[in-house]
Design a protein around this ligand. Structure first.
Ligand SMILES: Nc1ncnc2c1ncn2[C@@H]1O[C@H](COP(=O)(O)OP(=O)(O)OP(=O)(O)O)[C@@H](O)[C@H]1O
Ligand SMILES: [Mg+2]
Length: 360
């Protein structure tokens, strides 16, 4: 897919900009704080309805302004898709989603029109930090992959919230009814995560071998869930909830279910987090993101947008060359502070970013 227009209004440091990057790689060069990541964030917001770096939408509104808007148009095999998001400073106003010129009634309607994979230095958290970072990675990816995943997850989280509220109230009489609902809601989430992880594992292992350049190092990514092997997920979930009921009542929250899932990452069968070097962790995170790209590309039969934030400068020249060769002719927006970081990538376009202004 190709970006034919990206428009920002009162978004972070941009009062009003519009860019129309050409096919291929567009390189955004500028000093620290110039506004490069802000542009990638705007694309991410259009694809997923949220930022990749904050869960507070308001932060994206230009200081002192009431509202911010972003709009992205992409050309796909099946034609033109236009998506947009408007944010409001006023807490009583909900963010508004636009799809092809109409206001969408649900956030889910945004998913899958423009899709992206973002690479950033914070990706290291995928390997280094707790399960939440990896669940978020799966959730962001699968929501774009299949809208039904986004809805399934929304339903599950909604029921979970109600069950937790019930646990807090100490009233156990209604629990069996909620358990049943939660078990039913868990099933599609677990199934899609399980399928996706199996495919991501194959791709990620291949990318790791290629980018890392060491054949003896085998990287593996496995869905790590109490429900990963269950044939009947809802049934197994119900058993888990029953078994944990006393514990749940004591702790006042639900201790069993896919909201506690993880993705286990290993290098040569050893847990990455404890044993891998910084460079190996970086390669693992990069391989996971490339696998995410493969998953979307295969499912949609066209490449998603690639957003590469400051990743080249962190790689040695050989790894950099291998990563660039993987981009192929997908549309990519790439940021760097120094044009020298980009050697070997042959950008179609170089844009200079300076204090919220973009110049060719
Ligand atoms: N809500 C906002 N309103 C106005 N300006 C903002 C807002 N949020 C962030 N900024 C400004 O945006 C700039 C940061 O932009 P961004 O993170 O895109 O920089 P960058 O070019 O990616 O820098 P680096 O190379 O350090 O990653 C800062 O100057 C910051 O003051
Ligand atoms: Mg940045």
């Amino acid at each position: 897919m190709r970006i034919t227009g990206l428009r920002l209004h009162n978004f972070r440091c941009y009062d009003q900009v519009m860019i129309t990057p050409p096919q291929g790689v567009t390189m955004l060069v500028g000093e620290n704080g110039a506004g490069k990541t802000n542009l990638l964030e705007a694309v991410h917001l259009c694809c997923l309805g949220r930022s990749h770096r904050t869960s507070f939408d308001k932060e994206m509104i230009m200081n002192g302004q009431e509202t911010a808007a972003v709009q992205l148009t992409v050309e796909r095999n099946d034609g033109r898709h236009e998506v947009g998001v408007r944010l409001f400073e006023n807490a009583r106003k909900k963010k508004v989603i636009y799809v092809n010129g109409k206001t969408a009634s649900k956030m889910g309607e945004l998913m899958g029109h423009a899709t992206c994979v973002i690479f950033s230095p914070e990706d290291l958290a995928l390997v280094k930090e707790g399960p939440q970072a990896r669940r978020r990675f799966l959730d962001m990816l699968l929501s774009q992959h299949q809208r039904s995943y986004f809805y399934a997850l929304q339903t599950y989280m909604g029921v979970l919230k109600q069950r937790n509220a019930l646990l807090k109230s100490g009233d156990a009489r209604q629990l069996p009814a909620w358990d049943e609902q939660l078990a039913l809601a868990a099933a599609p989430v677990v199934r899609l995560r399980r399928e996706a992880c199996a495919r991501l594992n194959e791709w990620a292992a291949r990318h790791y071998a290629y980018i890392g350049g060491r054949e003896e190092e085998t990287f593996s990514l496995q869905y790590d869930s109490a429900l990963s092997e269950a044939e009947d997920v809802a049934e197994r979930m119900l058993q888990g909830l029953n078994a944990g009921r006393q514990e749940d009542l004591r702790r006042q929250y639900t201790t069993f279910g896919p909201h506690r899932d993880d993705v286990a990452l290993t290098l040569c069968a050893m847990p990455m987090k404890a044993f891998a070097s910084q460079g190996q962790m970086r390669t693992a995170a990069l391989s996971m993101k490339l696998a995410a790209f493969d998953l979307l590309e295969t499912a949609q039969r066209e490449a998603p947008l690639l957003l590469l934030d400051d990743v080249l400068s962190e790689l040695d020249p050989e790894r950099r060359r291998r990563l660039i060769s993987r981009i192929g002719n997908a549309q990519a927006l790439l940021t760097c502070t120094d044009a020298g970081d980009f050697i070997g990538a042959k950008p179609a376009c170089v844009l200079h970013v300076e204090k919220g202004k973009i110049k060719e």
